[in-house]
Design a protein around this ligand. Structure first.
Ligand code: WTA
Length: 650
């Protein structure tokens, strides 16, 4: 195994500091985590969580964890550090995007003590505004420290937050507000992005015009004069005015909730038009985020972790907020674009703050590669000691570039596979214990029983491609789809009997390393954003000229996948560049600019089976410019394929 040239061993220095230092030790722990979860979790979570009467009750699909334990997640992430050495340690180091005339950005540091104080104040304000345990709160913000304060303040009350990525448009925000029946929204006037202001409060206003159930909106001032906003009397409050509402006598003790109490809902794309509200628990989720951050990201007391994900995605939840803070780590958060004002910005930040762990996405790595080696070369990156990637398969090219050019050949790389639904990292190498193999995520994390199987559930042989499943319940597993347990059962458990189906295809090599190949369902991964084809089709369908559409992915060097849509028009409408632009604008309006298709092709008809199902496989091949293969006899209109191939690209 060790003479494989395509394998990267950790350095002796890295190994010496790691918590798990050999494959044998990893295997022993992994075995124990499955065979004796009580002993494993009691020891591994010591100090974080305890007092449960049973470690797990039930099995897939409806297992619950740590029954009998009570906790408050914000207390576990903050208060418990205040009596130890982390009291005055930086919890958050923030850098804003704009820079002054001397190239200096605005920065802020919040120690654990300071972050705790901010969270307690906001929690008191939320209490004064009537928010209590179980209430849903929408957080629609950019990457500012207050977004994290807002998440933790909700957790402090046992309220359920749902962070909506700031790139979503009013329609998408509205549908999430309505689905979770939120009573309060926390937002900011606008955010800085690539030198300009992205409006946020106006988007909330538009969303709320459609959803009158929201009683209050708290607005943080971030861009102030750059974007004057309207405040609706009786509904909208500035952040500082909200804080002033809290009465000194408002109780500040964190709400102690049951282990299974919901911590948050995070909407993600599935294979139907409606986004799914993935619901996570308190204790199980925290346990997964904590332990994976500790072992996979190898958090040590002096580390500075920069996970570049936005808090609007699961990676931001687990590895910007809950995982690192539960470990008393220091995290860096950056407000803006990595190439603002130039592509050196990201490396300048690493150098300025002496970042030690960088966790980012392959799509970003490919962009850095394209921008050129001169940018990282101009900065001192010697502080980095561990690199991570997540979100999509990383090709060997990008992997080697990352390892060599950013890691200086010295840093292990962890390629972490997981999902919004899994809550925390499921597959990876442990960086001090197991060598990395480019393009292969690696081995199952503790408590994870992963397998690659045939559609009927039979395991695949080594190197045989099949479907990735998880065969046992794990603590940070989603508990349900908010308001739709049927969809939870149908989406994840009906496809293959007795196991959780991930929606991904994969293969396992003879040494147990899993290579994740990509989605096999109607979910795309475009520039690291998870996008449901049905969601895009639903948005396009709201345009009055559109009869029908089909969205598919095509391989793209930079984005991983590009979004291609095929559109048929209603009688009396004709393809034109203006209509092309209108339809793209419709997607930006309904979903958000980040989801705008890369390519739109008008066609006379879509290829369908006799039962009327769109044959996406053919469309994918056409989109990728490949000839179609396979049996076309099930096509309703055989001529349609030829016409599609000839269709002019608008
Ligand atoms: C993909 C992101 C290959 C996969 C945390 C999964 C990956 C989907 C990897 C979940 C990886 C994530 N290698 N593919 N290391 N990590 N994926 O919910 O298709 O935004 O199902 O969660 O991203 O995306 P989500």
């Amino acid at each position: 195994m060790t003479d494989d040239p395509q394998q990267l061993e950790p350095s002796p220095e890295f190994r010496a500091r790691a918590r798990v230092r050999s494959r044998a030790d990893y295997e022993a722990l992994h075995r124990e985590s499955l065979a004796d979860p009580e002993t494993f979790w009691s020891r591994e979570l010591a100090g974080l969580l305890g007092g449960w009467s049973s470690v797990r009750q039930g099995e897939l699909p409806d297992a619950t964890w740590f029954h009998g334990a009570t906790l408050n997640v914000s207390e576990r992430c903050l208060d418990r550090h205040l009596t130890g050495p982390a009291r005055h340690k930086a919890a958050l180091i923030w850098e804003g995007e704009p820079q002054d005339a001397h190239g200096q950005p605005e920065t802020r540091t919040l120690t654990y003590l300071q972050l705790h104080r901010e969270v307690v104040r906001l929690a008191a304000a939320l209490t004064a505004l009537g928010v209590g345990a179980g209430d849903r709160v929408i957080i629609y913000m950019g990457m500012v420290p207050e977004a994290i304060v807002a998440m933790l303040a909700c957790a402090r009350l046992g309220a359920v937050h749902s962070v909506v990525f700031g790139g979503f448009a009013a329609e998408a925000l509205h549908s999430r507000i309505v689905d979770c029946e939120a009573r309060l929204v926390i937002t900011q006037d606008g955010a800085w992005r690539r030198g300009s202001v992205v409006p946020m409060k106006p988007v909330v206003d538009a969303a709320l015009a459609l959803s009158p159930g929201v009683a209050k909106v708290i607005v943080l001032r971030r861009v102030a004069a750059a974007l004057p906003v309207n405040m609706t009397p009786g509904r909208d409050l500035w952040w500082d005015d909200a804080l002033a509402l809290a009465h000194p006598s408002t109780p500040s003790a964190p709400a102690q909730v049951d282990a299974e109490h919901p911590l948050f809902i995070l909407y993600t794309s599935g294979s139907t038009g409606k986004p799914k509200g993935v619901l996570h628990s308190s204790a199980g989720y925290l346990a997964g985020a904590y332990l994976s951050a500790r072992h996979v990201l190898d958090l040590q007391p002096d580390d500075l972790l920069w996970c570049t994900a936005d808090i609007g995605w699961i990676t931001g939840h687990s590895y910007v907020v809950y995982g690192p803070l539960a470990n008393a780590a220091t995290v860096l958060i950056y407000e803006g674009a990595p190439n603002a004002p130039d592509p050196g910005r990201i490396w300048q930040i690493v150098e300025r703050h002496r970042v030690t762990i960088l966790y980012t996405a392959p799509t970003a790595i490919r962009a850095f590669m394209r921008w050129g080696d001169a940018w990282p070369a101009a900065h001192e990156l010697g502080s980095l000691r561990l690199l991570g990637t997540v979100g999509e398969p990383i090709g060997p090219d990008a992997w080697h570039w990352y390892q060599r050019t950013i890691g200086g050949g010295r840093c292990p790389i962890v390629d972490t596979w997981w999902q919004t639904e899994t809550g925390s990292i499921m597959l990876s190498t442990l960086p001090g214990a197991v060598p990395a193999r480019p393009g292969r995520a690696g081995l199952p994390f503790f408590g994870v029983d992963a397998a690659v199987v045939h559609p009927d559930g039979r395991p695949c042989a080594a190197d045989e491609t099949g479907l990735l499943v998880l065969r046992r319940a794990w603590p940070s597993m989603l508990r349900t789809i908010w308001g739709n347990h049927e969809r939870f059962l149908a989406g994840y458990f009906a496809p293959i009997a007795g196991v959780y189906f991930t929606g991904d295809s994969a293969r396992v090599d003879a040494d147990g390393y899993v290579t994740v190949l990509g989605r096999v369902d109607d979910v795309l991964n475009v520039a690291g954003h998870r996008i449901g084809t049905a969601e895009i089709e639903a948005a396009i369908g709201t345009h009055p000229a559109v009869a029908e559409s089909a969205a598919v992915g095509r391989p793209d060097d930079l984005k991983g996948q590009a979004l291609v849509v095929f559109v048929t028009l209603k009688l009396g409408h004709h393809a034109s560049p203006a209509l092309h632009d209108e339809i793209l604008a419709q997607v930006a309006h309904e979903v958000g600019k980040f989801a705008r298709p890369d390519e739109l092709r008008f066609t006379e008809a879509l290829p369908k089976t006799r039962s009327g199902k769109i044959m996406r496989r053919f469309l994918k091949e056409i989109a990728a410019g490949r000839e179609t293969t396979g049996d076309t006899s099930t096509l309703e209109d055989l001529g349609v394929l030829a016409r599609l191939r000839a269709a002019p690209e608008e």
